[in-house]
Ligand binder design. Sequence first.
Ligand code: ASP
Length: 338
Amino acid sequence: MSRPVLAVGALGGTIASTPSAAGGSAVVPTAGAAELAAAVPGLADLAAVRATTLARLPSPSLAETDLLGALAWARAEVGAGAQGVVLTQGTDTLEESAFLLDLLWDSPVPLVLTGAMRAADAAGADGPANLLTAARVALAPASAGRGVLVALAEQVHAARWVSKTDSMAPAAFASPSFGPVGRCVETEVRYAAPPPRRAAALAVPGDRAPAARRPRVPLVATHLGDDGFVLGSLDLAGVDAVVVAGLGAGHVSTAMADVVGQVAAVVPVVVATRTGAGPTARATYGYPGAELDLLDRGVLGAGWLPPVKARLLLWALALTGPLDRGRVAAALAEHGAP
Ligand code: ASP
């Protein structure tokens, strides 16, 4: 029986890391996609693998444009007949890559991201198991039409809800607001519910060429005692929009609220919650700096999107034209809610 075609692309990260030539035990990304695929017992029985090394980067050094390149590669693989696509990368920014790709992925073919918490040569390396899980998820008929998925530790997460929630633990990923969407048990991929309604994919100008101008969407985290110093120091020339990682349900201090209002008079400002789960409020708190005050000042709430994902939504939106409050509000309504 002919095997399905699985495209495997590699961007680097711990899954591809081995001790550096400089000696010692510190690891750096070295392995390419073919080596990663070859290290997975049983993968060759499951699929005819087409392996492509896209980069060998630690994921903190990936940029949005690297993901646009990966998107073009994944689309080309689907165009050439791949029945599933897996992308490996570092876990540090995996949730961001997955979300950005999900905004742009317009195919029913599954695109599944995975990585590892232990390097390729470590005792109990999780990379091969995660890659096998990702392959099974990518090839499962039940994964079709679910957009971009993240498969690690035998769980399947929706790109929109997944976060890295532990810096070092082997089980480092969770979907704090809604939980994982599926599990991989033995060889089977199981989902608790049918695919959700998906918003239309955002456009990418020029399939392969990254945008001529890279959008600039700073993310500013607020904190106890913040008087708006960092936000107020931004040079807004060339800034498309600003995201504030707000307290609780999307709040800032009284002093910061004035600065937020001044910035919102110049560029769209979105306030998200820094808590890691749950939405921004819309109609609960009335003190200065709370959501009702910020909404009055022209700020938009990120809803269920955490700060980094709200930032990426605005970044992707800015690829296709200048941002204004109306465009941002419509995009948040479409992509920010379950
Ligand atoms: N610790 C990271 C990883 O899990 C390093 C990176 O993100 O590249 O891959």
